[in-house]
Structure formats: C-alpha cells, structure tokens
Write a protein that binds this ligand. Structure first.
Ligand code: SF4
Ligand code: SF4
Length: 94
C-alpha cells in the first residue's frame, strides 16, 4: 500500500501550510463521522519539513469509498474548507 500524497491544501492558516502545500510528513484524516484533517493546527508560526509534501498516514472515515481498513487508497487527496476549515475534499461517501 502506498500512502497518497496531499496534492493541495487550501487551509492556508494551518501551521503546516506554505503556499497551498502541506509540509507535515504525514497527516491523519477524520474522526469516525467527518473527513476533517485531524493534523490541522494554527499556532501562529509555520512548521513541518519544507522539503517534504505530506502524505495520508491514516484515515478514520470508514464510510469513504477510498477507505480500506482505515487507510486511504485514493491516488492523492485535496484538502480545503468545506463543512470545516480543513476537510478532505476527495471524500466520497459510500
Ligand atoms: S490542514 Fe492538514 S493538509 Fe492542510 S496544511 Fe494543515 S495539516 Fe496539512
Ligand atoms: S479520500 Fe476518503 S479515505 Fe482518503 S483521506 Fe479522504 S476521507 Fe479518508
């Protein structure tokens, strides 16, 4: 299984976000019901690895068609504001 890349994130207020790229090494998505980026944080300073683009390390949203055993099988995901300030926009309910 390959970890899918976060190809774009529009939650620019997140500390891991620089010019719509997520620089966390890996993110976790969701609680059991909502596909929010659980790694989002806004602490007034930027962080992460500027040489890296984040991948999806784990996803708790079992009712997404891309979710297999709490891992994401999409080829890549996009994150941005929807119901929450940083939601997985690639989420597709089953
Ligand atoms: S909201 Fe999530 S995907 Fe977007 S930059 Fe922050 S940690 Fe990365
Ligand atoms: S596409 Fe689905 S399985 Fe992948 S991170 Fe988003 S909500 Fe989780």
């Amino acid at each position: 299984m390959n970890m899918p890349k976060v190809t774009r994130c529009d939650a620019t207020e997140c500390s891991y976000n620089m010019q719509n790229v997520c620089h966390a090494l890996a993110i976790t998505v969701g609680d059991e019901t909502h596909p929010r980026c659980d790694t989002f944080m806004s602490v007034g300073k930027k962080g992460g690895d500027m040489g890296a683009t984040a991948k999806v390390g784990a996803c708790k949203v079992a009712n997404c068609r891309y979710n297999q055993s709490f891992e994401c099988t999409a080829s890549g995901i996009q994150v941005g504001p929807e119901a929450d300030e940083a939601d997985c926009l690639t989420f597709e309910p089953m």
